[in-house]
Ligand binder design. Structure first.
Ligand SMILES: [Zn+2]
Length: 367
């Protein structure tokens, strides 16, 4: 079972609706958006850009890109330390990560990534990530979707084994999720583990799909395709991640045919889903709610992949416009079922039966 995830810390969900709510501010001086503040919390000085600041909590965007949630009753000595906000350079993040992880891991900094990995793997993981980054950008550029440079260096941690990986992701996400990789919205980090540590040259075999899937989430959330402050519906995020798993998508130069852009594994899952329980309202259900990812994850991933693949192949302009629309919502606001449906139908029309008939015809004909 390949179950991938984007993990959202629970506090991030709870705090939706509180975007820089300054009216309930408990300090004399009111933080202004775009500035850097320092607070003392749990005997530690923490600096960041206030995204939320009210009598209950502050959410600071740290200079390494992590979101820090601090209950206001723990905050003391708040003061503005800069009238701008500037992210750390990769070299600073690199040395901080090295300190955090200790000498058992090696940390390598390349153009866009800061990658922690087992000693001696300095070229393998960073090279693959950079290569994929370029493919990702090119994929959207040829479809005239603007891709911005990431504001923060992209941090990926490749744990040596699954146990270390599970321990690390349990700190932010719900433990016990069966997953091979994870992108965390709060820490902005990708966590992976090396499934074939003995075989550097067979790297692509076992690790490829997971790395590509998780890196696509991270790049999408950092380069303007999705917004970290107002995440899109889950099917859009997972749809894009699964679309990228196919060789014709992450390496279109080597695999130019449309059949190479098919995600064979997801297609197989989709055919099973079609032949068993797929309801006529599957699209509407998925557009309005993320619940299918809990109730029937394999079918949900397959449906998200199929719907995304169909829209990208047949309606690239509309799909791009839809992606853009989802990034323009009010930050930290709830995304209701009604709004989700409105945004979808505004672009793809509200004749759901006609939409599904065309979609199913497309899916039945591809091979
Ligand atoms: Zn995913």
């Amino acid at each position: 079972l390949l179950n991938f995830c984007v993990s959202t810390p629970r506090w991030l969900l709870v705090c939706f609706g509180l975007w820089l709510n300054l009216t309930q501010c408990s300090v004399a001086q009111t933080p202004r958006f775009g500035t850097t503040w320092e607070v003392l919390a749990s005997q530690t000085r923490i600096a960041g850009q206030p995204l939320i600041w009210n009598r209950h909590q502050t959410i600071l965007l740290a200079r390494d890109g992590q979101l820090l949630n601090i209950p206001m009753h723990e905050v003391s000595e708040p003061r503005q330390i800069d009238d701008r906000f500037s992210p750390y350079q990769a070299t600073t993040i690199r040395s901080q990560l090295q300190t955090e992880l200790g000498q058992g891991m090696e940390v390598t900094h390349t153009g866009n990534f800061v990658v922690a990995h087992a000693p001696g793997k300095a070229t393998v993981w960073p090279d693959r990530l950079e290569h994929f980054y370029r493919s990702f950008v090119r994929y959207f550029q040829v479809r005239e979707v603007p891709v911005s440079a990431p504001e923060f260096p992209l941090v990926a941690i490749v744990w040596e084994n699954e146990a270390d990986f599970q321990r690390a992701i349990a700190l932010e996400s719900k433990a016990g999720v069966q997953t091979l990789g994870c992108y965390q919205l709060g820490s902005n980090r990708v966590h992976l583990f090396d499934r074939e540590p003995q075989k550097a040259d067979a790297f692509w075999q076992a690790n490829r799909a997971t790395m590509i899937h998780e890196a696509s989430h991270q790049i999408a959330f950092n380069c303007g395709i999705h917004s970290r402050w107002s995440p899109p519906s889950r099917w859009i995020v997972e749809g894009l991640g699964t679309v990228f798993e196919a060789p014709g998508v992450w390496d279109s130069a080597t695999y130019p045919a449309r059949s190479d852009r098919l995600n064979r594994e997801r297609l197989r899952d989709y055919r099973n889903w079609q032949q068993t329980k797929r309801p006529a309202e599957a699209v509407a259900i998925m557009v309005q709610s993320d619940r299918p990812f809990q109730t029937n994850p394999i079918a949900a991933y397959a449906e998200a992949w199929a719907l995304s693949f169909y829209l990208i192949e047949c309606y690239p302009r509309e799909y791009a416009a839809y992606l853009k629309k989802t990034t323009q919502r009010q930050p930290f606001s709830d995304y209701s079922a009604e709004e989700r449906w409105e945004d979808f139908t505004a672009i793809f029309g509200n004749d759901v039966r006609l939409f599904d008939a065309r979609f199913q015809r497309f899916m039945n004909e591809i091979e």
